[in-house]
Design a protein around this ligand. Structure first.
Ligand SMILES: Cc1cc2nc3c(=O)[nH]c(=O)nc-3n(C[C@H](O)[C@H](O)[C@H](O)COP(=O)(O)OP(=O)(O)OC[C@H]3O[C@@H](n4cnc5c(N)ncnc54)[C@H](O)[C@@H]3O)c2cc1C
Length: 369
């Protein structure tokens, strides 16, 4: 093959594509990000427990060291001296990644340009785009897949400002369980930015979304119940995230996938941001070492645990609230949060395993996958 146009073509300039590009910027490998959007909006917030540094630490909007779960046992409160729950604003993230690419001599971000067919070309890849074809030695595909996952996290949220001070700005209500609205496990999640300013989100872990009407009515009810006086809606966000072991991953033609379509969402929770950062670190380390990138994150044991956990949620959604609360109640400080954020340490995994009630999990483990 003649010399490719770039060392690395990154299809999709969302969270995963830009996380990878930010790490490649300023290095020796040339890269191009292909993104159909003409520009970026502050369209979401990403929250996670930070375990490692990444190029987006300046984009953190707020940090909390306390979080609560409300379920059959009442309120379970957890806090940490070492880990904080952090929120990154997408607007600041996109800006930072864009600046890093602009300042680099080795990379570019092509906006208003969609990638189409991808084929092998010599030892590398050819991508057809709106602006012609692009040849690359390595191809990283972060475009969404069309495949519906068999289970997912569905949510609708509104960032609101209220007349009255109704939120505790120091504590995140992480999972406050509610009676079933979906065929799964339903809860409210609040990110309190100030006493009169928060993101309030209604969420279902379920095989299918309960639908936008159900979510709208439920969210209206949750906001009314705050008795906060006049409410100004600053913005809304909604999503559908895969919760499925083995979702995404590599393709039949050997293309490397990353981000949600590359299995970055933790199957048992849908958390993806911290794991996308891990994937980006791994891929860059492999590329710099001249190795084929290996974006897979989970060990066989972690995949087994996630599969069994999802099996229990699927078969016994009525037990979901008690299961999650039991986890947060019994798991030693930080271990569960680290596990949920993508820790692969055996000690974290073991702490989570021993915090779960054994019987339903033994039964689920014996069922076929
Ligand atoms: C509203 C919302 C809130 C979330 N909150 C959290 C959270 O709090 N914590 C957490 O851990 N995770 C969260 N997630 C999950 C996850 O972190 C995000 O979905 C994240 O954006 C996934 O990154 P990604 O790069 O895989 O996908 P995206 O960020 O969606 O990027 C995919 C990119 O591919 C582009 N694309 C599409 N078609 C083409 C094409 N033909 N050619 C080239 N590019 C194409 C898209 O325009 C997009 O930019 C949230 C998700 C949503 C939707």
């Amino acid at each position: 093959m003649s010399r490719p146009d770039v060392d690395v073509a990154i299809l999709g300039g969302g969270c995963a594509g830009l996380s990878l590009a930010a790490r490649l910027a300023g290095g020796s490998l040339s890269f191009t990000v292909i993104e159909p959007r003409g520009g970026y909006e502050d369209d979401r917030t990403w929250s996670f427990w930070r375990m490692a540094s990444d190029p987006f630490q300046d984009c953190v909007r707020r940090r909390w060291s306390c979080w609560t779960i409300a379920g059959p046992r009442g309120i379970t409160r957890r806090s940490s001296d070492h880990l904080s729950y952090q929120t990154v604003s997408a607007g600041a993230f996109y800006q930072r990644a864009g600046d890093m690419i602009d300042e680099s001599r080795n990379g570019s971000l092509r906006l208003s340009c969609a990638a189409g067919d991808v084929m092998r070309h010599g030892n590398g890849w050819r991508v057809e785009t709106d602006a012609g074809s692009l040849d690359a030695a390595t191809l990283i595909d972060t475009r969404p897949t069309t495949r519906q996952p068999s289970y997912g996290q569905f949510f609708l949220g509104r960032e609101i400002r209220t007349d009255r001070a109704v939120f505790d700005p120091e504590t995140v209500p992480l999972m406050h369980f509610r009676p079933a609205r979906s065929m799964g496990v339903d809860f409210v999640y609040i990110l309190p930015f100030a006493a009169d300013h928060a993101l309030v989100e209604v969420t279902s872990f379920a095989p299918v979304s309960p639908g936008i009407e159900v979510f709208e009515t439920w969210l209206d009810g949750e906001i009314d119940a705050l008795e906060a006086g006049a409410v100004e809606i600053v913005k809304t966000e909604k999503g559908a995230l895969p919760m499925e072991v083995g979702y995404g991953g590599s393709t039949a033609d050997g293309r490397i996938r990353m981000g949600l379509s590359g299995g970055a969402a933790r199957p048992s929770t849908g958390y993806a941001f911290a794991r996308i950062q891990q994937q980006a670190d791994r891929i860059v380390a492999d590329l710099r070492a001249g190795e084929p990138p290996r974006p897979a994150l989970d060990s066989a044991m972690t995949r087994f645990m996630d599969r069994v956990f999802l099996q229990v949620l699927r078969r016994h959604p009525e037990r979901g609230a008690a299961l999650f609360q039991s986890l947060f109640h019994r798991a030693p400080a930080d271990r569960l949060e680290r596990f949920l954020s993508g820790s692969t340490a055996a000690t974290d995994r073991l702490a989570v395993m021993t915090a779960l009630p054994p019987l339903p999990f033994m039964r689920a483990a014996l069922l076929p996958a």
